[in-house]
Ligand binder design. Structure first.
Ligand SMILES: Cc1cc2nc3c(=O)[nH]c(=O)nc-3n(C[C@H](O)[C@H](O)[C@H](O)COP(=O)(O)OP(=O)(O)OC[C@H]3O[C@@H](n4cnc5c(N)ncnc54)[C@H](O)[C@@H]3O)c2cc1C
Length: 291
């Protein structure tokens, strides 16, 4: 099986992409794999169109069974659009591949609650791997190819606005977050939570239940469908700890969970556990922090 590892960035980020794709390969069961590393390089690497032209042109001279892209928006876009051009399969967020009699790819589904296995369709398989912070060992005997991107803009591209300079939303930048769930019980309590968060020097976040009740703005939603946060301290109050919410706070350094149910799932993720009514505890914490 011929496999290309597509690296879209230079330097440290490029090496991280390589580690991430190698991790996918290490997890997979591959029959007779032959590896090539394709490094995309050029003056304007963010123009997907130029990447696609370079990939498609090179693919025609060196066809592959499997093309592996790094995680993230860029990898997703390139994998999906290249599959469409080559009339192959696009698959995103893959954790591993089994190439036995029937080739399958797996990835987490239903908010990480289950793992789904999907049988592969038409080749080539353009697969964007899932995010991994653990770099895998590079496959032995991988040959390297440099794919030069055109420096010309496609004719339909009139203007480019770089988004890197736009600051990330406050919730994602915050060093301290107070995230509340359905346990907050009323809009009135939610208003009070916002005041307490200010006293604690925290940004307010909310579970989907709270946002759906219109007790809090949509841009405060934390979890799979909202913001993925990584504060130093995350205080989670009145949240049950559903997988879809928990995914959003897992990169926090310290998680303090408050819940009146001692069996709440959120406690398994917490560093500090407080079994109590959330509002009196938050009042006390805010009072303590202002002293
Ligand atoms: C595809 C999909 C995507 C989703 N994406 C998200 C997402 O991004 N973010 C998200 O949050 N959810 C998401 N959900 C919903 C998620 O599965 C849960 O339903 C939701 O997170 C539950 O919110 P909650 O914990 O606030 O409410 P509940 O599950 O109702 O939990 C409330 C908790 O508060 C506790 N409590 C009650 N009263 C008090 C009190 N007075 N003091 C202390 N504790 C109290 C209870 O013991 C309970 O544990 C998604 C679901 C699906 C299917």
């Amino acid at each position: 099986m011929k496999i290309a590892l597509i690296i879209t960035a230079q330097g440290e980020l490029g090496e991280r992409q390589l580690g991430e794709i190698s991790y996918f390969i290490n997890q997979s069961e591959l029959v007779d794999p032959e590896f090539e590393i394709w490094r995309l390089a050029g003056a304007a690497p963010w123009i997907a169109e130029n990447n696609l032209v370079a990939l498609e042109t090179h693919f025609l001279t060196a066809p592959q069974d499997l093309l592996l892209f790094p995680s993230g928006l860029r990898g997703t876009e390139l994998a999906t659009r290249l599959a469409s051009r080559l009339q192959g399969l696009a698959f995103c967020g893959a954790t591993k591949m089994i190439s036995a009699e029937q080739v399958t790819f797996s990835r987490p589904i239903y908010g990480n609650a289950m793992v789904g296995c999907f049988s592969a369709g038409e080749k080539p398989w353009c697969v964007c791997v899932s995010r991994s912070s653990r770099p895998g060992a590079l496959p032995a005997a991988a040959t390297q190819k440099m794919l030069q991107l055109s420096n010309d803009f496609p004719p339909w591209l009139l203007e480019i606005n770089r988004l890197e300079d736009i600051p990330r939303p406050a919730l994602q930048r915050a060093r301290c977050v107070l995230a509340v769930g359905q346990g907050v019980e009323t809009l009135h309590n939610m208003e009070r939570v916002k005041v307490l968060a200010q006293k604690l020097g925290a940004e307010t976040g909310a579970s989907r239940q709270v946002v759906m009740n219109a007790w809090c703005e949509m841009d405060r939603l934390i979890g799979m469908s909202g913001a993925m946060i990584s504060p130093d301290v995350c205080i989670v109050a009145g949240v049950s700890g559903a997988a879809a919410f928990s995914a959003g706070i897992r990169d926090s350094t310290l998680i303090v969970a408050i819940n009146n149910d001692e069996n709440a799932a959120i406690f398994s993720q917490a560093d500090v556990v407080i079994v109590d009514e959330m509002m009196p505890v938050l009042e006390a914490l805010a009072e303590y922090s202002t002293q």
